[in-house]
Design a protein around this ligand. Structure first.
Ligand code: MN
Length: 347
């Protein structure tokens, strides 16, 4: 199957520009052997490449490209399938943006087109290409510094441990830190259930009396004696609806353990909320009136997503881990995360 893959990357500092021609010559030969077309753009710092060819050859080549130390921050922008190649000449061609003006580069690339239909700027791959040539979206190029420059948050001061806080007890929690990466601080601890018997947390969760669960979580939170950060607890929203006076109960436990409602963030998942949004909205009123914050957990994983945000505007959303993981390598994920951030800022 014929596939198209587009990526961008950043030239490594130690690679001289004079070596580019050699790299391209070698790639040209290799691409001819494996039947791949490469259109490579270079603007002085960043590469942008369109690869077209048999799916397996393109995938294998891309894996190889990702491991090449001569560039970094390799971000896959598009992976698509097409009935025919846009650029039929197998091999690789380089277009240097710092040598020619934008219009002539665009025209030169278009001239390479061999597609059966006229290539137009409506074409999805060409839209990416144009974006790169015109330097649109450049502010969205997130550059991850090398691992040696990463800064880590010291956790020495926090009595955190993944171990059971109360060995022998049936209910135990791990308190997972929630980080503000820009401030470099821990802003919240999320109480995560751990079962001693190795049962899956979900099954374990379902088997326990809820009241007891939250009572234990809050008691442990108090034992940690951290006054200046918030505690997040995961709640099945229907608990708020089904258990009579659930909010009052929660408030009572918060007060009983010397905590204040403003310290508590209740996390619920979007799927659970949307299944009974009327009832949830009314329960939410009581939480908010008492000073408890709401976070939507696993945002983007369920079916509600934007519809939910149109009905309920929580204090926080926690984007689903499937969208976050490997976000540094994926253009689509970066676009989605940016859009979510922009949407939430506007909200
Ligand atoms: Mn959670």
């Amino acid at each position: 199957m014929l596939s198209t893959l587009i990526y961008r990357s950043h030239l490594s500092d130690n690679v001289p520009l004079s070596s580019l021609d050699k790299i391209v010559q070698k790639a040209n030969k290799n691409n001819q052997l494996i039947g791949v077309t490469g259109i490579l753009l270079f603007n002085g710092t960043h590469f942008f490449q369109v690869l077209e060819g048999p799916e397996k050859a393109v995938s294998t080549l891309y894996e190889h490209i990702c491991r090449d130390p001569r560039h970094h921050n390799v971000v896959e922008l598009m992976r698509d399938y097409a009935p025919f190649r846009r650029f039929g000449n197998v091999g690789m061609e380089l277009f240097s943006l710092h040598e020619f003006d934008k219009a002539s580069v665009l025209q030169a690339v278009l001239d390479k087109g061999t597609s059966e239909f006229l290539l137009t700027w409506d074409d999805r791959a060409l839209q990416f290409l144009r974006t790169f040539v015109e330097s649109w979206e450049k502010e969205n190029y997130f550059e991850i510094p090398p691992a040696g420059q990463w800064e880590f948050i010291a956790t020495d001061d926090l009595p955190l441990s993944d171990a059971d806080f109360a060995p022998g007890e049936e209910i135990s929690f791990a308190f997972q830190p929630i980080i503000d990466p820009l401030a470099g601080t821990i802003v919240s601890l999320e109480a995560l259930l751990r079962s001693a018997q190795g049962v899956s947390p979900l099954d374990y969760f379902a088997s326990l009396p809820r009241e007891e669960l939250y009572r234990r979580a809050l008691a442990l939170a108090k034992e940690l004696q951290i006054d200046d950060i918030t505690f997040s607890i995961n709640l099945l929203p229907m608990t708020l609806v089904e258990i009579p006076n659930a909010v009052d109960y929660l408030l009572g436990e918060i007060a009983r353990h010397g905590l204040v409602p403003q310290q508590i963030v209740v996390e619920v998942t979007e799927t659970e909320v949307i299944s009974n949004i009327e009832a949830f909205s009314s329960a939410l009123k009581h939480l908010k009136a008492a000073g408890i914050s709401l976070a939507i957990d696993d945002f983007g994983a369920g079916s509600a997503g934007l519809l939910l945000l149109s009905r309920v505007q929580p204090e926080k959303i926690k984007i689903d881990r499937n969208i976050i993981s490997d976000v540094h390598k994926s253009g689509p994920k970066q676009a989605i995360v940016q859009a979510i951030i922009k949407c939430c800022s506007s909200l």
